[in-house]
Design a protein. Structure first.
Length: 470
């Protein structure tokens, strides 16, 4: 079976000529590198064991082309994902495929850390000296004097010197094989194919970490024809990035990696969990807002407790047997403005954890109301801290706005920090999202090591509900 798919479904649904061609620009080196990688996988007979990890960049759609296990990684994080795959499945042949703007920039720490683990994985690093996918900006490997979208006068002293990644990797103790190859003529292409195959062989024989840097052409962002780009790589890039083997260590096969233990009972013991089901109080999924996939957003400034309130609601929903997710969003807003947490609760499966159009918004400050309330789903419920929010902007049709003085109630109880529990009580009363008993059980569970705080939080929860009822 060919490692390349017979049709590339991304292009024209796999029909016609476009279904047989990649998205790479004419003269781009990615197509050749992926061809050599696919041929090596096929020749070595490891197609069913191979996992290709591709992050952000021109190779982002490699999974449309190679019929192997594929994982998409965040920008720069392919080595970390590759390590995880190898440790989870030691028999897998794991290949991280990265560009220079990815590996040598945002992923620099990840590639060094992964290399020093010395695990038998393979890194294919495509260096075309420029950011390709994002518009031709200067890359960590752009040459001195090279003009790019962000160095229009040429890379100079102020922009620093380019990184020689192969040489840097060769200085580390972890890698057993590091080589730099190119693609500008048939002889170099043959060497490139051999280097990629050798890197895979070292992994298959369990000998260690291998790194292959490929000097590649990017005619589009170099502003050249494919022929000119090949000449530029040969004459300019190789002068700064000399070709050849940078490190090769003869080592015996290492002991097999231990297989992870996936026994659920042992895992539960490790994390201190139990197989005992929590009590359930709900009769069924909360469909009061007309949906079987409820989106709730908690938003406020740092210290308002939005994240904790979101986690308590999520845990309560899971206890009741529903699928639920919690996605926190931190950032500079932790010191003012608005940060938020998205909670999704589904009768079946949560298909997207984000809540860009929440059915329910719980807002602890005015910036959160201004930012998120206008985007609420029609017919939803807005709960806001009326002690600090002076007004509410125009809302979508049918949205019910309820002002509850979370801060004032919490202060009256004697603990300003528990205004988030006041908000949970108000949320329960206003929406009946889950039974009070369910949320209170989760609150007590969260305070198991601080039982003296339970009565205070129960009082806050009750007062929040009473404020809505009145």
């Amino acid at each position: 079976m060919s490692v390349f798919y017979e049709r590339f479904e991304r292009h024209a649904h796999g029909e016609g000529l476009k279904g047989q061609s990649t998205h790479y620009c004419p003269g781009c080196g990615h197509g050749l590198v992926q061809k050599y990688l696919a041929e090596a996988i096929e020749e070595l007979g490891v197609q069913d064991r191979t996992i290709a990890v591709s992050p952000v960049g021109c190779a982002v759609f490699m999974y449309y082309y190679l019929d192997v296990g594929n994982t998409q990684a965040a920008h720069g994080r392919a080595p970390a994902v590759a390590v995880a795959h190898k440790l989870a499945n030691p028999e897998a042949v794991v290949v991280a495929y990265q560009g220079d703007g990815d590996l040598a920039s945002i992923g620099l720490a990840e590639i060094f850390a992964a290399a020093e683990l010395a695990l038998p994985i393979t890194i294919v690093f495509v260096n075309n000296a420029i950011y390709g996918m994002t518009g031709g900006q200067m890359a960590p490997t752009s040459l001195p004097g090279q003009k790019t979208a962000t160095s229009p006068k040429g890379r100079g002293t102020f922009e620093g010197q380019p990184l020689r990644m192969a040489e840097l990797m060769a200085q580390l103790d972890g890698p057993v094989y590091v080589e730099r190859v190119a693609l500008y003529d048939p002889k170099q292409r043959t060497r490139a194919k051999k280097a990629i195959k050798k890197a895979l062989e070292l992994q298959i024989s369990n000998r260690g970490f291998a790194f292959v840097e490929v000097l590649s052409e990017c005619p589009t962002h170099l502003g050249m024809t494919p022929e000119q780009a090949e000449a530029w790589v040969k004459e300019s890039m190789t002068a700064h990035f000399p070709l050849g083997v940078k490190k090769e260590v003869a080592v015996e096969p290492r002991p097999p990696l231990p297989r992870p233990d996936y026994d659920p009972e042992r895992l539960l013991a490790v994390v201190g969990a139990t197989t005992e089901a929590p009590p359930r109080f709900a009769d069924g999924f909360p469909e009061r807002l007309g949906t079987r996939d409820l989106a709730v957003k908690f938003a406020g400034a740092g210290g308002d407790g939005a994240q904790t309130a979101a986690m308590l609601l999520t845990h309560s929903a899971i206890h009741e047997g529903f699928d639920a997710t919690h996605i926190p969003s931190y950032g500079p807003e932790s010191r003012g403005g608005t940060s938020y947490a998205d909670v999704r609760i589904a009768a079946g499966e949560v298909l997207s954890p984000a809540a860009p159009r929440p059915d329910v918004l719980v807002a602890f400050n005015a910036p959160s109301v201004e930012r998120f309330a206008p985007a609420m789903a029609p017919g939803g419920v807005l709960l806001y801290d009326s002690a600090v929010v002076p007004s509410v902007p125009p809302l979508p049709a049918g949205v019910r706005a309820l002002g509850v003085p979370f801060s004032t109630i919490a202060t009256e109880i004697g603990k300003p920090m528990i205004k988030n529990v006041v908000a949970l009580g108000a949320l329960q009363k206003a929406t009946d999202v889950l039974p009070s008993a369910s949320l209170l059980h989760t609150i007590r569970e969260a305070l198991a090591k601080r039982p003296e705080l339970v009565p205070l939080n129960e009082e806050a929860f009750r007062r929040g509900g009473e404020a809505v009822a009145s």
